[in-house]
Design a protein around this ligand. Structure first.
Ligand SMILES: [Fe+2]
Ligand SMILES: [Fe+2]
Length: 287
């Protein structure tokens, strides 16, 4: 009797496609040519995104708890993915320093002072529990990965539109296309694992509806996240791009009609309307 589920072969095929084009983005030799500008809000946003990319290491831990890392194609993908995400983190940190003007970045972006939001810690035992249902945990990992990468693609494309420096724009577009390749691996994985199992589809829907939050909310907490992302959240085109996430998720097997981003964006709109706490408004220099 064959005990290996049918989707594992598809995951191996997806991995081979992914591995054809992986590799570093070209930023180190060019970052010096990016023009120095005094745009503190942009510096904070770029530094925040760098922190989120660095957070991939912690996501790795979550993955371990879910048990999905035991699958060979997932393990192989993950080792490459981690290298690429870590490099994004370094590129974004270098870009952030180009927008600080004369000041240094706010001290809160020093990683040693990050305070992880409590709910993300609660998620670890929850993931351990899901590992008892291996197929569901794997499907949830792929579905969550799809959402994270979609937001990354949308964010970097939007930033590339916003910045008026050609090299900075090119670096962001290179990152965005890597995120697109990550997303395709996750999305195809989610489809493969969820197809044909209504139980699995219901499980993923529940995980997304109950626990999903955009990348970075776990890291910074909601209020600081809104503060960091404010320049993007106020841009109509970005809002529309983020809202399209629900369609992307709705295209996964059994998730039609799911709404996770819509309620989150509505909450952000209310927060922005109420005004951001002035103590949370970034200014150049030390907070
Ligand atoms: Fe990334
Ligand atoms: Fe990515």
């Amino acid at each position: 009797m064959n005990l290996v589920p049918g989707y594992v072969e598809t995951l191996h095929d997806n991995l081979q496609i992914f591995l054809e084009h992986w590799g570093p983005i070209d930023w180190r030799g060019r970052i010096e040519q990016v023009r120095q500008q005094d745009r503190p809000e942009m510096a904070v946003l770029l530094a925040g995104l760098s922190g989120i990319e660095d957070d991939s290491f912690y996501m790795q831990n979550k993955l371990k708890h879910s048990g999905s890392a035991r699958l060979d194609p997932v393990r192989q993908f993950n080792s490459v993915w981690l290298v690429e995400e870590a490099d994004h983190g370094r590129a974004l940190a270098a870009l952030a320093r180009k927008y600080t003007g004369d000041a240094s970045l706010p001290s809160s972006f020093d990683h040693s002072t990050f305070h992880r939001d409590r709910r993300s810690i609660v998620a670890v035992p929850a993931l351990r529990a899901t590992s008892l249902y291996r197929r569901g945990a794997l499907a949830a990992y792929f579905a969550l990965g799809t959402t994270v990468e979609y937001i990354a693609v949308t964010t970097y494309k939007a930033l590339a539109r916003t910045l008026d420096d050609e090299i900075a724009r090119d670096i962001l577009m290179q990152m965005s296309s890597q995120e697109g390749r990550h997303m395709r691996f996750y999305r195809k994985g989610a489809i493969a694992v969820m197809s044909g199992s209504v139980v699995c589809q219901r499980f993923v829907r529940e995980v997304l509806e109950k626990y999903w939050r955009p990348p970075g909310v776990d890291l910074f907490g909601y209020d600081r996240w809104v503060r960091i992302f404010r320049p993007l959240l106020q841009d109509n085109a970005v809002q529309e791009g983020y809202l399209r996430l629900d369609e992307i998720c709705g295209g996964l097997p059994g998730l039609s009609g799911i709404e996770i981003m819509k309620p989150f964006m509505a909450r952000c709109a209310r927060s922005l309307e109420a005004g951001v706490d002035p103590r949370l408004i970034p200014s150049s220099g030390v907070e």
